[in-house]
Design a protein around this ligand. Structure first.
Ligand code: ZN
Length: 316
């Protein structure tokens, strides 16, 4: 049914992982904001839930918002425990470098109301043995968070992740050699850009009013609102500002894993594109890249992509 990732130490690893069960994952967590009406309203609007229970002077928060009040936002939580960091590092070290959230379960002990201030602790409830899934072989880690208000339990939130070693050939079922790549969507706002690409030019819009460059193409200037613009041609030099490596989900006509870069052009604007000429796992932030145009399929337009240079390699 299952096999440990090839680069882990099998039974020994299982023993080390099991030792994390019962250890803290988050200690002394405090909700960033009290339970509040604006967040309840945004949640209800996003989910299309117009129940009167969630509005007015007697409003309660939707029970399923339990986790929301514990979330760290963009700046994250500083309350993650050393034990949990160690557990993740151990799994990373065993080759299980990818992670996917699989499911959660919640129990509600009493409704939360605007003004309630939550505190929470979480611990590692279980670490599974090695499991092989379509994504790859890895370990399910379940944490259980207890949420309180004024020290009184109000609910629990169980959260399960799979830390896994990505299986490298996920193409069997979804990707067929016959699949074609989606064509670029050309519309009135970006037609000039694609015209430029057809001439092997990467054109950046420039506001005629305030001279601000913008990319991707938009009808108006974000800096001053002017709708008057012309274009400048990118020199083609850039650097990798950020990137992701696509493994999942498989998408017809694409062959994962591959690197998708956020390229900062020498002119200062950024474009999302493929990074070519460098193995997907060798792409790095700050890597210099150079514009090229590539036609991936007959009958498709050429696309602007960026060729990277591995540091230390001469020529190319
Ligand atoms: Zn402007």
């Amino acid at each position: 049914m299952s096999q440990p990732p090839s680069h882990s130490s099998g039974p020994q690893l299982a023993v080390r992982l099991a030792a994390f069960e019962g250890r803290p994952a988050v200690v002394g967590g405090v909700g960033k904001d009290p339970v509040n009406e604006p967040m309840i309203r945004h949640w209800c609007e996003a989910l299309g839930d117009s129940s009167p229970a969630y509005a007015g002077p007697e409003a309660v928060a939707p029970a399923t918002m339990l986790q929301v009040w514990t979330m760290g936002g963009l700046s994250g939580h500083s309350s993650r425990s050393e034990a949990y960091e160690e557990l993740l590092a151990l799994l990373d070290g065993a080759g299980c470098t990818s992670v996917v959230a699989t499911d959660c379960e919640q129990e509600y002990l009493r409704p939360l109301r605007p003004g309630d201030r939550v505190t929470f602790d979480s611990f590692v409830e279980s670490v599974s043995g090695p499991k092989t899934t379509k994504l790859g072989t890895g370990y399910f880690v379940t944490t259980r968070m207890d949420v309180r208000v004024d020290g009184e339990p109000v609910g629990t939130h169980r959260f399960r992740i799979l830390k896994y070693a990505p299986a490298h050939a996920p193409k069997a079922t979804h990707t067929s050699a016959a699949a074609t790549r989606p064509r670029p969507v050309v519309n009135r706002d970006n037609a000039g850009f694609w015209d430029g690409v057809g001439r092997r030019q990467l054109l950046i819009q420039r506001c005629l009013e305030c001279r601000t460059l913008r990319f991707p193409w938009l009808p108006g200037c974000n800096a001053c609102g002017s709708g008057d613009w012309d274009t400048v041609e990118a020199s083609g030099d850039g650097t990798v500002f950020s990137y992701v490596v696509m493994h999942h989900p498989p998408f017809p006509a694409f062959d994962p894993p591959y690197a998708v870069g956020l390229i900062e052009l020498a002119e200062g604007v950024r474009i999302i594109s493929n990074v070519i000429g460098v193995p997907y796992d060798k792409v790095r932030i700050g890597m210099p890249v150079r514009l090229e145009f590539v036609r991936y399929e007959d009958g498709q337009p050429e696309l602007p992509v960026f060729r990277g240079d591995l540091p230390g390699e001469v020529g190319g």
